[in-house]
Design a protein around this ligand. Structure first.
Ligand code: NAP
Length: 283
């Protein structure tokens, strides 16, 4: 057995997170005497105090979830290159007293669409709905993977414009932000991949979808970041149109696996983590 270490998940809310179950299952599988605790952080002042406490206790590492993935950056000693570009950190590792930030949502999505869904994103016209925190990581992953064109739609046009500008600064791919549903319909008709990065359709509002069914078609692959319910209305509507689709459990597991590897330096037991997540979600 290894020396005891404690890892945390901080955010608000954290009660519904399945990260503790996933990480504990992985620790057990590799016989690591580590613990992982979800801790609710009320506000930004509390975030400052929590990071000070982690430093003083020399905590080994922690995950960060909504709404602190952006604000945590200013409290760290270093941020990995891609996380800095994305502007969001969800994993922090204590390396010899220095707090270093990473973004494993980016890798989680990239690996999941490639390995869980078996989709080659290269040269595919892609539409992403939503331009919040998760969308940023997903859009960077899609651009790194070489999509031929990226269209981003959000009800909040300012966020979309900001994300469009950051992506254009980093990639030479044609990227456009759109703001009305008509344009969304046109873009989806021409696309090979559609990603939902909004919470529309998430439990308990499972009878909602971010797009109208009539714009879906059988040449699409739909990746819905939502993982509860296991099949969203969007994915089932896509399947009924002859398209293929998947919800976000694979991304959830793979971002957790990437965090585990940063925390421990060991290869994550992905299938053990997936099973633990499924059990925790009652799938
Ligand atoms: P977020 O920061 O709140 O971003 C969501 C964005 O979608 C916001 O800009 C929101 O605009 C916009 N939006 C809301 N309704 C819309 C609609 N009908 N059409 C277009 N845009 C709309 O949330 P997030 O943290 O990025 O998370 C998004 C989803 O991804 C959540 O369901 C989350 O659970 C999921 N997620 C999954 C994983 C995974 O591992 N599978 C990881 C991260 C996130 P307003 O702010 O104006 O409402």
């Amino acid at each position: 057995m290894s020396a005891k270490k404690t890892f945390y998940l901080i955010g608000n809310p954290v009660e519904h997170s399945v990260s503790p179950q996933m990480q504990h299952a992985a620790f057990k599988e590799l016989e690591l005497d580590y613990e992982y605790i979800a801790r609710k952080v009320a506000n930004e002042e509390d975030l400052d105090d929590t990071v000070d406490e982690f430093r003083s206790k020399n905590i080994a590492g922690f995950n960060v979830t909504v709404p602190f993935k952006e604000n945590i950056i200013g409290l760290l000693d270093e941020v990995d290159g891609i996380a800095k570009k994305i502007g969001a950190v969800n994993t922090v590792v204590n390396k010899k007293g220095k707090l270093i930030g990473y973004n494993t949502d980016h890798k989680g999505f990239y690996d999941s669409i490639k390995l869980d869904a078996g989709i080659d994103i290269k040269d595919k016209k892609t539409v992403v709905i939503g331009s919040g925190g998760a969308s940023k990581a997903v859009c960077f992953a899609l651009c790194h993977g070489g999509v031929s064109e990226l269209t981003i739609y959000d009800v909040d046009g300012i966020k979309t414009e900001d994300l469009e500008a950051v992506l254009k600064h980093n990639f030479k791919i044609p990227i456009k932000g759109i703001f009305n549903k008509n344009d969304l319909g046109i873009s989806v008709k021409e696309a090979g991949i559609l990603v939902n990065a909004t919470p529309i359709g998430m439990f308990p509002k499972i009878d909602e979808s971010p797009v109208d069914e009539e714009i879906l078609h059988d040449r699409l692959f739909v990746y819905d970041l939502i993982y509860n319910p296991h099949e969203t209305l969007l994915v089932s509507a896509a399947k009924s149109k002859g398209a293929d689709g998947m919800t976000g459990l694979g991304m959830l597991v793979r971002q957790g696996a990437a965090a585990f590897e940063l925390f421990t330096g060991k290869k994550a037991p992905i299938e053990v983590m997936r099973k633990a997540a499924e059990e925790a979600l009652g799938i």
